[in-house]
Ligand binder design. Structure first.
Ligand code: TYD
Length: 205
């Protein structure tokens, strides 16, 4: 598309994705890159409204949940991600299409292929240059989240284990596009692994 670089962070709730996003932002900015940090759902005004509906509202039927996440992605990509990439920015997103495939496809049993196709249609086939999976067990994620739960976080451990297994399977199926890191490792150590991978890809300034 341009000089832009698109990196997604994925993983279970409480895995430490946001910390990694911030560490990478700082490292890339220190190297002179312009970085756009965003998240799904959210990231735009409409996305924030969808986020409130889907995470903090009343019960949402699973197919409606999938469509709301897809609507967030469609708007987010067109309004924010693509313009930032065209401007040559590095875009770091906290969650992207693989969250839909794992949470709605595997977690909600709506079908990974169907949700993958829906999400790809929503984002007009925009695939990250690298997706980092911060891997964590359901029990550890629950421990780290403490008492505060949104609609999806409050699901049982088997729901979160299905999601975890699906993230790992996606990564195993396409090792060039994914980096799996152990969410139990120290944040600085995980960050070094991410930098090493970007270095190996030849995209570090
Ligand atoms: P996140 O922003 O990581 O939550 P928090 O800010 O509370 O850490 O993600 C919100 C929740 O939405 C999370 O449980 C995963 C879920 N989700 C989906 O189910 N499908 C999706 O497509 C996305 C992007 C998120």
């Amino acid at each position: 598309m341009t000089d832009g670089l698109f990196i997604a962070f994925e993983g279970g709730d409480g895995a430490g994705k946001s910390t990694q996003v911030e560490l990478l932002r700082a490292a890339l900015e220190a190297r002179g890159r312009t970085v756009t940090v965003t998240r799904q759902p959210g990231g735009t005004r409409l996305g924030q409204q969808i986020r409130d509906l889907v995470l903090h509202g009343e019960h949402v039927a699973p197919r409606a949940e999938a469509l709301l996440f897809a609507a967030d992605k469609a708007h987010h990509v067109e309004e924010l991600i693509v313009p930032a990439l065209r401007a040559g920015h590095v875009v770091l997103t906290d969650r992207y299409t693989d969250s839909s495939v794992a949470y709605q496809g595997a977690g909600r049993s709506l079908g990974a292929q169907e949700i993958h196709d829906l999400a790809m249609w929503a984002v007009d086939d925009l695939v990250p240059d690298l997706t980092v999976i911060v891997d964590i067990s359901a029990a550890e994620g629950r421990r780290r989240r403490g008492e505060v739960h949104d609609r999806l976080e409050s699901e049982q451990d088997d729901f979160h284990e299905a999601i975890r297994a699906h993230f790992l399977a996606m990564a195993a199926g396409n090792p060039q596009r994914y980096l799996v890191v152990d969410g139990l490792a120290a944040p600085g150590e995980i960050h070094e692994q991410v930098l090493a991978r970007l270095d190996a890809m030849g995209v570090l300034p």
